[in-house]
Design a protein around this ligand. Structure first.
Ligand code: APR
Length: 233
């Protein structure tokens, strides 16, 4: 017997596209991060072993940029939606724009730029805000600190809770993701047939089954969708 759908629960799955209109680069659009950098050089355990300074430089630059950015109308609208619904934001993003936009229940599956963790013990996690991580910055157990980011080849965070939330959602809104990185992208396949499902993106490789594609940007469409849902439509 599968868990019941909760008509009052809205799960929002977001990717880099929702932060694009806050000035943060996406990964796979023209000029995106993976056009400027090699993933294998800055975002993998092998990269860390080979050149930790290059990895720290990459994430220090992204952290500085992310903490200087402001939440946009899409982030803020999702916070507004909490007035009427139990809203869970599951984000692939490592910026803190959902939190600063007012969302109170944000699940990060790819980590967070504003945190650092011990290389020796993944349970030792530290809030660092916009601070840089340098070689020689050590955890309380004496091992080097690293970005609290999920690198390619590592296990994503919070999978169980993300799966449980999306399986019980009466409404699923996907915003600003190419759905190209699993297992995060696979979450949409766990949404239930009876749920209302929308995906907002200016372009889309393939429409996830059962989702209505709203073509355009997060700022163009998310506030309108939120308004409609707040009015009970
Ligand atoms: N509003 C909404 N969507 C947008 C906007 C916008 N203003 N601008 C771009 N997009 C869409 C693009 O069309 C694309 O579908 O956002 C998506 C961005 O896709 P990616 O760059 O692949 O980012 P994302 O899906 O978040 O990547 C997933 O890949 O590299 C890893 O860990 C990284 O979390 C990231 C994961």
């Amino acid at each position: 017997m599968s868990d019941p759908i909760d008509a009052n629960k809205v799960v929002v799955l977001t990717g880099a596209g929702i932060s694009a209109e806050s000035g943060l680069p996406t990964f796979r659009d023209m000029g995106g991060l993976w056009e400027q950098y090699e993933i294998t050089e800055v975002a993998s355990p092998e990269a860390w072993e080979r050149d930790p300074q290059l990895v720290l430089d990459f994430y220090n630059a992204r952290r500085t940029q992310a903490v200087a950015a402001e939440p946009n109308a899409a982030h803020q609208a999702l916070a507004e939606l909490e007035r009427r619904y139990d809203v869970v934001v599951i984000t692939q993003n490592v910026d803190d724009l959902h939190e600063r936009g007012g969302s109170s229940n944000v699940i990060h599956v790819h980590g967070e730029l504003v945190k650092a963790r011990s290389t020796a013990d993944p349970e030792l996690i530290y809030e660092i805000g916009g601070k840089e991580i340098q070689l020689g910055d050590l955890c309380e157990a004496g091992s080097q600190l690293r970005p609290h980011i999920v690198w390619f080849g590592e296990m994503i965070h919070n999978t169980d809770v993300a799966v449980a939330e999306i399986r019980s959602a009466g409404k699923v809104l996907v915003v600003g993701t190419s759905l190209s990185v699993y297992p995060a992208a696979g979450l949409v396949e766990l949404s239930r047939a009876g749920a209302e499902k929308l995906i907002v993106s200016p372009d889309l490789e393939q429409e996830p089954v059962g989702f209505d594609w709203i073509r355009g940007t997060a700022v163009e469409h998310v506030p309108q969708i939120v308004q409609r849902w707040l009015e009970g439509e």
